[in-house]
Write a protein that binds this ligand. Structure first.
Ligand code: DX5
Ligand code: ZN
Length: 219
């Protein structure tokens, strides 16, 4: 299966956000990853509905919205209305995860659940068949530019087994510290979507970096 590259806008130049999105439109990336933080679930605040609405007007890629917010069910409809194609919520942030996942699906968006580094994959056993995406955090959520946690490889393997055994069609997405060093092994273990923030936007030629990530993955 073709691996999907999802550059994270968190690492983009916010003063030139339109040109950054235009660059992504021309790139080999299929998705644009949009990190929403509330300063409660994670110790940082990023951006929300107005920025997503503005981007939706000119982004030609799938908008992959990662909600790092407490009880995200309160805002699912609004993120969908603002342009989200995929909505991923954190297992740790939802008291009624099943309800929140159904709520996302009812809007017509793809539904994802994210797991923090300390959360085992097995907690998804009762919900995996309802999911379009399993997002495995390979850093602690809240900031870009952190070091990739090596244990992630094992979690990808476990997620792959859970998906296979349950007959789910969920994709496995990896978020945090992804680069050309760890991408091939992630794909090898079963990852389908790679989020990359700093690795793309801190490079001198982001288009070539996205392409390198994609081609590395293909080879
Ligand atoms: C972290 C975010 C990530 C972040 C990844 O809380 O969920 O999406 O932007 O950035 P890098 O690739 O720089 O680790
Ligand atoms: Zn993210």
């Amino acid at each position: 299966m073709n691996t999907i590259i999802a550059p994270s806008l968190l690492a983009a130049d916010f003063a030139n956000i339109q040109s950054e999105v235009n660059m992504l439109n021309q790139s080999e990336a299929e998705w644009i990853h949009f990190d929403v933080m509330d300063g409660v679930f994670v110790p940082n605040i990023s951006f929300g509905f107005p920025v997503l609405e503005a981007l939706k007007k000119y982004a030609t890629k799938v908008l992959d919205v990662h909600l790092m917010i407490q009880e995200p069910g309160r805002y699912v409809d609004q993120f969908r209305a603002a342009g989200a194609d995929n909505i991923t919520v954190h297992y740790e942030a939802c008291t009624h995860l099943h309800r929140t996942v159904q709520q996302i699906k009812d809007t017509g968006a793809k539904a994802g659940v994210a797991l923090n580094p300390h959360t085992p994959v097995r907690v998804l056993s009762e919900i995996i068949q309802d999911l379009d995406l399993v997002l495995i955090m390979s850093v602690n959520p809240g900031f870009g530019g952190q070091k990739f946690i090596q244990r992630t490889f094992q979690k990808v393997k476990e997620a792959k087994s859970l998906i296979r055994e349950s007959g789910s069609s969920a994709l496995i997405e990896i978020d945090g510290g992804v680069n050309l060093q760890n991408a091939p092994a992630l794909i090898e273990e079963g990852a389908n979507v790679l989020v990359a923030g700093n690795f793309v936007f801190s490079s001198s030629e982001p288009l070539k970096t996205i392409s390198a990530l994609k081609n590395q993955v293909k080879s």
